[in-house]
Design a binder for this molecule. Structure first.
Ligand code: ADP
Ligand code: ZN
Length: 645
């Protein structure tokens, strides 16, 4: 029931809080207005809409032969508009016209579809052959643009376009990327220029000695490029920062920009990959365009693995196409600018192994800087950086803080310092004390203490013995880290926890793996021994154990049956394949081996606990009484721990 949750706390950039103007709203209105105008225009602009359509016969017999027609206008060789003489309009047969035709009565009053101009003319000639020359009706020809007809094909397009925009707006709003419907293809990179530049310098970056030396060269280049170009040297265009989260990759990139006093574009790889095809690529293009315009500048791409994963050959889904387009565009851009343009691309990832090889070729991200979790000395330095702005009491011991936070990243340490200040403030202290830091540390690792959580006495008893089980097994197995304290105060989502002081190792031996598995199983085994019953309380432990055993067998080649084989895939390609990279037969072997490994470890754990059953019971009692026991208490019950690693 011990858990480790790390929090990745990001520092806010000063440029990030500036609210963006969104021109999207008014543009959207314009489009709707144009659309409505279009529709209204097409309705009202129909030529002769209010003229009644009549047949040739009606026209000839009732109007033409009566001499009522003033003139005829043939429009577009299709329709004849008929104008009735003004004086004839009083005639009862034209009564209905007054309702439909424009009040002035100018007309046209009727319209007639003619077959063709030729036949219409001959029909007219025929009908008027008895008329004297001056009474013949004049025929005019006109060409008018019929907006509706000529642009009707546009209408569906406009509709589709509007619908599309509507969708996009929804998405961009939801995605919170500025919300404009037209700049979704624009880069969302945040620019920090000299004026809004955060004053991050190398002083704010503690530890990371080698990395700093590497990036100092870049700063030098950005400051005086001539020094290098004079000798014909090429400065790398792309630098990859590789390391676990919170080790200060972003911080380092910012510090480079701060030291060199150049504009700094930062954006995360996942922002490139959007729903819409082509968006990622156009964002890349836009980003580099901006960066080149104000070169020298630094482009920082966080989480580059989101775009830079190996392009797969065996990709059965279309879903990754967009990512590949984006990656290709990124490669093109990086090839496209000369080595001395003054744009330097820094990218961060925690997995360099899954990156596409094309990204790592010369001229692209050919330089790699590895950042690792800080060692004790470096942790001390990082503490010092973050303690600088705090009001500390005299007795705060940085050395102790550093040694009690193994495996912590820079971000964790920053988090502890901030938490400690909050805790001290809550207690209305004038200065932050060492205990505040210890409390903050526990809280960062294990979550909030929840003393008010209601736990029945019976449950409390189970939890106490469960934790005592972990403690005793760890005490007697020589490959388990030393215990610092055991607590049954609920914290975060766990009900109790055993706190260890992890040693810093690069490799783990098989016996250490096995001992760790036993220690994790100690809780469950203790429940079984003391209460003759097991509970759901071992979920976290069992999950951890199972994962560990699988990685032992399938990844590290530590299983006897499977032998020295590893199905680990450092390229990340298999992740996308359906199924496993081994046969059913092998899967069965692995499952069996894992199961055997865990059951054996469980038996061993139970045996060990049975040998120390008396101690288990008394430690359980002590825990029930004190809730938290420290090393001294453990030693009073169990004696000195003999086997140190
Ligand atoms: P990453 O990008 O590697 O995930 P960040 O650069 O975002 O990590 O680190 C987060 C925060 O942790 C930083 O803003 C800083 O406060 C702190 N931090 C990390 N590493 C260091 C370091 N070496 N020195 C000082 N502070 C650090
Ligand atoms: Zn447990």
């Amino acid at each position: 029931m011990d858990n480790q949750n790390k929090q990745d706390q990001k520092e806010k950039l000063p440029g990030e809080n500036i609210p963006k103007k969104s021109p999207g709203g008014s543009l959207g209105y314009w489009i709707y207005l144009i659309f409505i105008f279009f529709i209204l225009f097409s309705i009202f602009n129909k030529p002769g809409t209010n003229a009644r359509e009549i047949s040739w016969l009606e026209f000839e017999q009732n109007m033409l032969s009566e001499g009522d027609v003033a003139k005829i206008v043939v429009v577009n060789k299709e329709v004849a508009e008929i104008f009735i003489k003004e004086e004839k309009l009083g005639n009862p047969k034209y009564q209905d016209l007054s309702k439909t035709v424009v009040p002035s009565g100018v007309g046209p009053h009727y319209m007639l579809h003619i077959g063709s101009v030729d036949s219409f003319e001959s029909k007219m000639d025929q009908a008027q052959k008895d008329f004297p020359q001056e009474e013949r009706v004049e025929i005019k020809y006109e060409n008018r643009t019929n907006w509706l007809r000529d642009f009707a094909w546009l209408l569906p397009l406009v509709l589709i376009f509007l619908f599309w925009m509507f969708l996009l707006r929804g998405f961009t709003k939801g995605g919170g990327m500025g919300g404009s419907m037209f700049n979704f293809g624009k880069s969302t990179a945040k620019l920090m220029d000299n004026t809004t530049k955060s004053s991050v310098t190398f002083k704010d970056v503690a530890g990371l000695r080698e990395a700093k030396i590497e990036v100092e060269e870049i700063v030098n280049f950005l400051k005086n490029p001539e020094e290098y170009t004079r000798l014909g040297a090429k400065i790398p265009k792309g630098i990859l920062l590789v390391g676990p989260t919170g080790t200060g990759k972003t911080l380092l990139a910012k510090a480079v920009a701060g030291e060199a006093e150049v504009p700094f574009f930062s954006l995360s790889g996942s922002e490139f990959v959007e729903m819409f095809v082509g968006v990622g690529a156009s964002r890349v293009r836009d980003l580099f365009k901006k960066a080149k315009e104000i070169a020298p500048s630094i482009v920082f791409i966080d989480e580059i693995d989101a775009v830079g994963r190996t392009r797969s050959k065996a990709n059965s889904f279309q879903a990754n196409d967009e990512r590949e387009n984006t990656l290709n565009q990124l490669l093109t851009e990086m090839d496209g600018f000369g080595p001395n343009t003054g744009v330097i691309v820094l990218a961060a990832t925690n997995r360099a192994d899954i990156l596409d090889k094309a990204l790592l070729r010369p001229g692209r991200f050919d330089r790699h800087i590895y950042l690792e979790l800080p060692d004790k000395k470096e942790r001390e330095e990082i503490f010092e950086v973050h303690l600088r702005p705090l009001k500390l009491s005299e007795e705060v011991d940085v050395d102790q803080l550093a040694s009690l936070s193994p495996g912590f990243s820079g971000a964790d340490i920053a988090n502890i310092c901030n938490e400690a200040a909050l805790i001290a403030a809550r207690k209305k202290k004038d200065k932050i004390e060492q205990t505040d830091f210890m409390e903050a540390r526990d809280r960062v690792v294990g979550g909030l203490e929840r003393k008010s959580k209601i736990i029945s006495p019976k449950e409390k008893e189970i939890i106490a013995h469960h934790e005592a089980g972990h403690a005793i097994v760890s005490w007697y197995l020589k490959n388990v880290d030393s215990l610092v304290k055991v607590s049954i105060i609920p914290r975060g989502k766990s009900l109790g926890s055993a706190w260890y002081l992890p040693e810093e190792h690069q490799i783990i031996s098989k016996s250490k793996f096995l001992d760790q598995i036993c220690a994790s199983l100690g809780g469950r085994a203790a429940e079984e021994i003391i209460f003759n019953e097991v509970s759901s309380g071992a979920l976290d432990d069992l999950e951890k154990v199972t994962k560990q055993a699988y990685s032992m067998v399938a990844y590290y080649g530590l299983g006897d049956e499977v032998g020295p084989m590893s199905f680990y895939d450092s390229t990340g390609e298999n992740e996308r394949l359906l199924g496993k990279p081994y046969s059913e037969n092998m899967a069965e072997k692995i499952d069996k081996e894992v199961q055997l490994l865990i059951t054996n470890a469980y038996e061993r754990t139970k045996k060990l606990l049975l040998e120390h059953k008396a101690e288990l019971e008394s430690l359980g009692k002590l825990l029930l009484k004190k809730e938290v026991v420290y090393l001294e208490d453990l030693e009073s019950v169990l004696g000195k721990r003999l086997s140190k690693i």
